[in-house]
Design a binder for this molecule. Structure first.
Ligand code: HEC
Length: 166
């Protein structure tokens, strides 16, 4: 026996598939990987070397990028809904005094949505492993509450550490 799918069946299946997609798993659960962030504005960079106490987790070079809504926040100090900021951490490779970017270690993302993330200053936080895998990392240290716990110290600047270097 065989059966044929008619367009309305396909539509129903697509609807079911969409409804089955996992809902937000907490304050950062549903933040998607921002594939276009390399086209955003570069805010600043910093190098964390082996003498730093932060080397184990932050060692390498990190670049910070802001989308256009986040750039408004950089100018005014108040980040509107839709603002997204990326912390892009790469390993460094040093050869005879020349330091260049190596493999991407991690991408940390902040998204402003004052309704969804009202319990964390309006910001959702999520951590991804590398660019190509773009897999969300779920570990106690990557929990959105832990992210916000530290970013809370920047409440006077809407929970953002970085300032735009003109
Ligand atoms: C122990 C403190 C701490 C924790 C925990 C932390 N951050 Fe940050 N984060 C910082 C600091 C400090 C900077 C600024 C780095 C710089 O100046 O180069 C920063 C920068 C950022 C930025 C760039 C915007 C900004 O505020 O400058 C993003 C995005 C970000 N963090 C996301 C996250 C995410 C997502 C998590 C959790 C998975 C997290 N952070 C956990 C301290 C922390």
């Amino acid at each position: 026996m065989s059966f044929r799918l008619i367009p309305s069946d396909l539509l129903a299946m697509a609807t079911i598939a969409l409804c089955w997609m996992p809902a937000s798993g907490g304050p950062g659960g549903a933040i998607a990987f921002p594939h276009d962030y390399r086209g955003w504005t570069h805010v600043k960079s910093a190098l964390v070397g082996s003498e730093s106490s932060l080397f184990a987790t932050e060692g390498g070079i990190h670049h910070i990028y802001a989308n256009s809504a986040a750039m408004e926040g950089c100018r005014t100090g108040k980040f509107p809904d839709g603002a997204m900021i990326v912390y892009d951490l790469l390993e460094t490779v040093e050869t005879r005094g020349l330091t260049v970017e190596g493999t991407r270690r991690r991408v940390d993302v902040m998204v402003k949505d004052s309704h969804r993330f009202s319990e964390s200053g309006g910001w959702g936080f999520r951590r991804f492993l590398g660019y190509y895998e773009a897999a969300p990392i779920s570990s106690p240290a990557s929990a959105p509450q832990v992210c916000f716990g530290c970013h809370q110290s920047q409440s006077a600047h809407d929970f953002v550490f970085s300032t735009f270097r003109k």
